[in-house]
Design a protein around this ligand. Structure first.
Ligand code: ASN
Length: 482
């Protein structure tokens, strides 16, 4: 009897759990990472909002299942890294389910199936993979299309050029910097339907089902909720509506605005708010990191001229290590590497905010150069002055403060101004970790309207004006201090 009841329960349990089409949320909010330009799955419309099948789908599922989400759009490669480093809880980005990925990700049920396909300019004579010999094919880093290209490279003899985002890849194809691109079929077909002068001469190759993913072994409830929500949306017809919204003829396009974005004026008019907010982040990054760098730089600079050998050694190691590591790697190490390392020892995800990571990287980088400026400034003051002062019985600290530093500071000032300009320009480098500062803002806008010439010109002018104004201001300050 008991056995029968148990058997009944075992059979009924899955049926019940299917019937209750809701899973339990564990976190108050889930961070979902996505691509930056991968229309029709995810792209920015001309109101600067991210839309597309994936965006609508995850929002509808979150609503259906009653959980909160925050979406970030750093690009596919960065989104993958974000999930692996625990910066994000899940990824939805037209992501293909591949065997290799199953080793590091848990996937939801699939909601689409995609091929990878070759795209070339309308005027291109490339008609088969054999025609790609010695040609350059562009692909987005970390994608299933990249795996396909790498696996077939020796067979067809093409060169591969990787990009961090779709917009720069398509830009490069349009300008002739590369001969072809490899991307998901719906994406290429969609861009052609949007008026891009491209064609797909060879039939696509299946790369697998498209699904939502979490880092392997984490957030199991998120996958459960996704699956239940997806089933509900399929049952009530909402899923089909989302697909139709983007895929049916006359569907939503990347530009819904009436403002003409082919002129500089139109670009500014439509995007000034975003550009200003990007500029705000750039300035905040530069100013905060430079202030921190001055403090750290002066400390290490003073160490480097200290009478104590140990302090000089510490300073030397700091400067050599930081100066020897490219800023981009430093930022990536802090943003992705360290959280990954901490997780591997503690077992807990400990993500770091992108702005904080960017600020730390910029501060350390500038501090190393400032330490050298301080050392150079102090050493430029003739040694005789220190010796004379010490022989009069004045302490090291007092001699430094009263005699050496006032002269050294004057020598250092122009270099500080210089270093600040470099720090401001360096903020563009930390956009690599997905931080939406001014440069990244521009790239996102270009991803939508392909106006790279005008948009980069606008960005260049923005930086030029800001840097000129700030250097003027700094020069005035310099004069006053003198
Ligand atoms: N389909 C691509 C992949 O899974 C995703 C993308 O490019 N957003 O690699």
């Amino acid at each position: 009897m008991k056995k029968k009841i148990l058997a009944c329960l075992l059979i009924l349990f899955p049926i019940f759990s299917l019937g209750i089409a809701k899973a339990d949320t564990v976190k108050s909010k889930y961070i979902i990472a996505s691509d930056s330009s991968f229309a029709p799955f995810v792209f920015q419309n001309s109101n600067n909002e991210y839309t597309g099948i994936d965006m609508d789908l995850i929002k509808a599922i979150a609503k259906d299942q009653g959980f909160e989400i925050e979406i970030t759009n750093p690009g596919f490669d960065a989104a993958i890294s974000a999930v692996q480093a625990g910066q994000a809880d899940g990824i939805i980005a037209g992501m293909s389910v591949t065997d290799a990925r199953k080793a590091t990700f848990d996937f939801s049920d699939s909601y689409y199936t995609a091929n990878t396909i070759l795209g070339v300019k309308e005027s291109s004579t490339i008609a088969s993979y054999e025609d790609l010999k010695d040609k350059t094919v562009g692909v987005k880093n970390g994608t299933a299309s990249q795996t396909f290209l790498t696996e077939n490279q020796s067979k067809y003899g093409y060169k591969i050029k990787t990009f961090s985002d779709g917009s720069s890849m398509y830009d490069s194809l349009n300008t002739g910097a590369i001969d072809a691109v490899m991307d998901d079929e719906p994406v290429l077909k969609y861009s052609i339907s949007q008026g891009q002068k491209l064609k797909t001469p060879i039939a696509g190759t299946p790369i697998g089902e498209t699904a939502f993913a979490v880092k392997k072994g984490t957030n199991p409830e998120l996958i459960q909720m996704f699956n239940k929500g997806l089933a509900n949306l399929k049952a009530n017809g909402e899923f089909q509506k989302i697909l139709d919204k983007y895929l049916a003829s006359g569907a939503a396009t990347t530009s819904t605005s009436t403002v003409d974005e082919t002129t500089i004026w139109g670009l500014l008019q439509n995007n000034y708010k975003q550009l200003l907010s990007g500029l705000g982040i750039t300035l905040a990054l530069a100013l905060i990191s430079f202030a921190i760098a001055i403090v750290i730089g002066i400390i290490f600079g003073m160490f480097s001229v200290s009478p104590y050998k140990s302090l000089r050694l510490i300073s030397e190691i700091f400067v050599d290590v930081i100066r020897g590591i490219p800023l981009m790697i430093l930022a990536a190490f802090i943003f992705w590497g360290i959280p990954n390392f901490i997780e591997s020892i503690t077992g807990h995800q400990s993500p770091i905010n992108d702005f904080v990571a960017g600020t730390i990287a910029l501060s350390l980088n500038a501090a190393a150069y400032i330490a050298e400026i301080v050392r150079g400034g102090i050493q430029a003051v003739p040694v005789g002055q220190m010796e004379a002062s010490r022989s009069l019985g004045i302490s090291y600290g007092k001699t430094m403060r009263k005699i050496i530093l006032p002269q050294a500071t004057k020598l250092m000032l122009p270099n500080f101004v210089n270093q600040f300009v470099i720090a401001l320009k360096d903020t563009t480098i930390v956009s690599a970790i997905g931080l939406v500062e001014l440069f990244q803002t521009g790239k996102i806008i270009i991803a939508r309207n392909y106006q790279s010439f005008k948009m980069y010109a606008i960005l260049a002018i923005f930086y030029l004006v800001i840097i000129t104004l700030l250097t003027r201001l700094a020069k005035r300050l310099e004069k006053r201090i003198r």
